[in-house]
Design a protein around this ligand. Structure first.
Ligand code: IMP
Ligand code: MG
Length: 171
């Protein structure tokens, strides 16, 4: 059994998601918004975000992206499952965490090449010290140091996604 130390509590997370949802509501005022949830990690963050964003034209869709095995990034990103037309849409990608940046960079490029009107990114967590490609999230709840984190959708080999807080596995 791993020992997990709390990094951000449920209340801290909720309050930061309130903040970015308010900014997103303002930034997309009068425009359609397609929230694109990157499964599996972003399922909880997307739900939290969606119920707070005020936009009557908002839709959601889901894709899968996988780059990690255990606690190591494999370096290449597999993306599948996009079943909505992206052409002309204002897409907001919801991701659990930006780490090397490969997933969001790859995905942003693909959505633009499919004809998206705009593509922005929202993340629960950002590990800026780990970036391997040039990529920044447009909306971010917390910047963190280089620790492997779990909870609120984030897993370690599929465990701990359901924790209501973000924690790190103590050495
Ligand atoms: P990137 O492509 O390297 O930016 O990685 C993004 C993906 O790696 C995220 O969607 C997560 O699934 C996974 N990931 C990166 N860091 C962590 C972590 O600390 N805990 C759990 N998953 C992580
Ligand atoms: Mg993920």
């Amino acid at each position: 059994m791993d020992k997990i130390s709390v990094m951000f509590t449920q209340d801290q997370i909720s309050s930061r998601i309130d903040d970015i949802a308010a900014r997103i509501s303002e930034d997309y005022k009068g425009r359609d918004l397609l929230l694109l949830c990157v499964l599996s990690g972003a399922f909880m963050f997307s739900a939290d975000l969606m119920r707070r964003i005020d936009n009557e034209n908002m839709e959601i869709c889901f894709i899968r992206a996988k780059s990690y095995v255990g606690t190591e990034s494999s370096g290449n990103v597999a993306i599948h499952g996009l079943d909505k037309s992206i052409k002309g849409r204002n897409v907001l990608i919801a991701e659990d965490i930006i780490d090397t940046g490969r997933t969001l960079k790859e995905l942003t490029g693909r959505l633009l090449s499919l004809g998206a009107e705009s593509v922005k990114t929202a993340v629960l967590l950002d590990k800026p010290g780990r970036r391997a490609v040039e990529m920044q999230a447009d909306y971010c709840c917390f910047e963190i140091e280089d620790k492997f984190v779990v909870g609120c959708g984030l897993d370690c080999d599929e465990k701990y996604r359901g924790l209501p807080y973000v924690g790190y596995i103590a050495e």
